[in-house]
Design a protein around this ligand. Structure first.
Ligand SMILES: Cc1cc2nc3c(=O)[nH]c(=O)nc-3n(C[C@H](O)[C@H](O)[C@H](O)COP(=O)(O)OP(=O)(O)OC[C@H]3O[C@@H](n4cnc5c(N)ncnc54)[C@H](O)[C@@H]3O)c2cc1C
Length: 369
């Protein structure tokens, strides 16, 4: 019976599995424990931006159109207006059902020899020991990948964190033929809607707002174009809810305990970057474990989050401001290169230096529209 390991990962969601794969690729013996049973589902927009796909490739995971639906750009829609931008040439994203992504990551981890303990809740940690009820496993490193309400974060005294823009989100799938290969963001008066096609016959729909009572079906009239597209379509999954926010931690490690994924901070769902961020963190973390330098991970972790947090703040300035939404879309229509460059920046294909020029164009456009 397994009673010791090099790395113990608490949480076998996407971040935990990615961290386990990356650590295993560095030669560590790795155990993952998750309280749930695979394949694990979760409320998510299910879009993977091109930079997430690149990070997955570093983990030896390649998505194909058999598992996922290609995403080639982003479209904003508000009050009958729309504006869109495609990803830089050579870049494509994918949308993939969480359960399928979970299966693919699990298979990759198992293939590399990671020990996977499902339906195994971690009940505590102390020093070099992880407790699962009565069972104890010794480990050199403990990775907390147990999601946004992380208990590992509390156990390791890595609270407090700052949190802004708490919103309530819900997602569901509908059987309908995809009408676009863009990730769509619908700006309503009270909420935002997101759609991505996850297969040739199914679309994932998510909504987010500051109002807990605004569940998915109740939000849809806020987006008439989307409502019309979904009219009569069969719902193929149960509605799932989750909180979304920008959450930043002062520290993401202490001693031999280190956090990854949502446990280590979150970016608002609107960025579509939570998964990609956790995959990039996983790769950097494994390198830091190899060198035994978690301070290096702390710095890299902060840098990785800068861009998604900036984009989240920028996008959320439109939240609940219909006139501002309309004006922004008008500027994007008049200056499509601004939207295109913002998207390139978002997926890490442009340096933030360009933001100044585009920010001025956008600002001037908003003043003169
Ligand atoms: C509405 C919404 C839409 C989103 N859309 C997108 C999107 O389009 N693209 C994108 O990239 N990101 C998106 N995100 C963000 C993305 O879903 C998260 O960043 C991602 O799920 C984080 O993964 P994780 O593994 O860190 O956490 P989770 O997926 O929460 O996994 C944590 C795991 O830990 C396990 N666990 C917890 N406690 C214990 C314990 N004590 N013992 C054992 N196991 C434990 C849980 O069972 C769970 O499986 C969205 C988020 C929301 C809310």
């Amino acid at each position: 019976m397994l009673n010791s390991t090099d790395v113990f990962v608490i949480g076998g969601g996407p971040a935990g599995l990615a961290a386990a794969i990356a650590a295993r690729q560095q030669g560590f013996h790795v155990v993952v424990a998750d309280g749930a049973k695979p394949p694990i589902d979760k409320a998510c927009g299910e879009a993977l931006m091109p930079d997430a796909i690149a990070a997955l490739e570093k983990l030896g995971v390649a998505l194909s159109s058999a598992d996922a639906f290609p995403v080639r750009g982003v479209r904003f829609l508000s009050s009958g207006l729309s504006a869109e931008a495609v990803f830089p040439s050579g870049c494509a994203g994918f949308s993939v059902r969480r359960t399928i992504l979970h299966r693919i990551l699990t298979e990759r981890a198992a293939g590399l020899g990671v020990d996977l303990l499902w339906q195994s809740v971690v009940t505590g940690i102390s020093g070099e020991e992880v407790r699962l009820g009565d069972r104890r496993i010794r480990t050199s490193w403990i990775i907390g990948a147990d999601g946004s309400n992380s208990r590992v974060r509390r156990w390791a005294k890595l609270e407090p964190h700052s949190r802004t823009g708490l919103r309530y989100s819900f997602r569901r799938h509908y059987r309908v033929a995809p009408w676009t290969d863009r990730m769509e963001i619908y700006w309503g008066k009270h909420s935002q809607g997101y759609t991505t096609a996850v297969s040739s016959e199914e679309v994932c729909v998510a909504v987010a707002s500051r109002h807990p009572e605004l569940r998915l079906e109740k939000s849809l009239p806020d987006f008439p174009e989307l409502n019309a597209r979904l009219s009569g379509a069969e719902a193929t999954s149960a509605e799932r809810g989750a909180l979304t926010a920008n959450r930043k931690l002062k520290r993401v490690w202490r001693g031999n305990v280190v956090l990854v994924g949502d446990a280590s901070g979150t970016v608002d769902a609107i960025t579509g970057e939570g998964l990609g961020l956790s995959f990039r963190q996983a790769v950097v973390l494994a390198n830091s474990l190899r060198s035994g330098n978690l301070a290096g991970y702390q710095g890299a972790h902060r840098n990785l989050a800068l861009q998604p947090l900036l984009m989240a703040r920028l996008m959320l300035t439109l939240d609940g401001r219909p006139k501002f939404q309309r004006r922004t879309l008008q500027v994007f229509r008049r200056h499509p290169e601004v939207f295109r460059r913002l998207l390139a920046l978002h997926v890490g294909k442009l340096s933030p230096i360009h933001l100044a020029v585009d920010g001025l164009t956008l600002g001037w456009g908003l003043l003169t529209t």
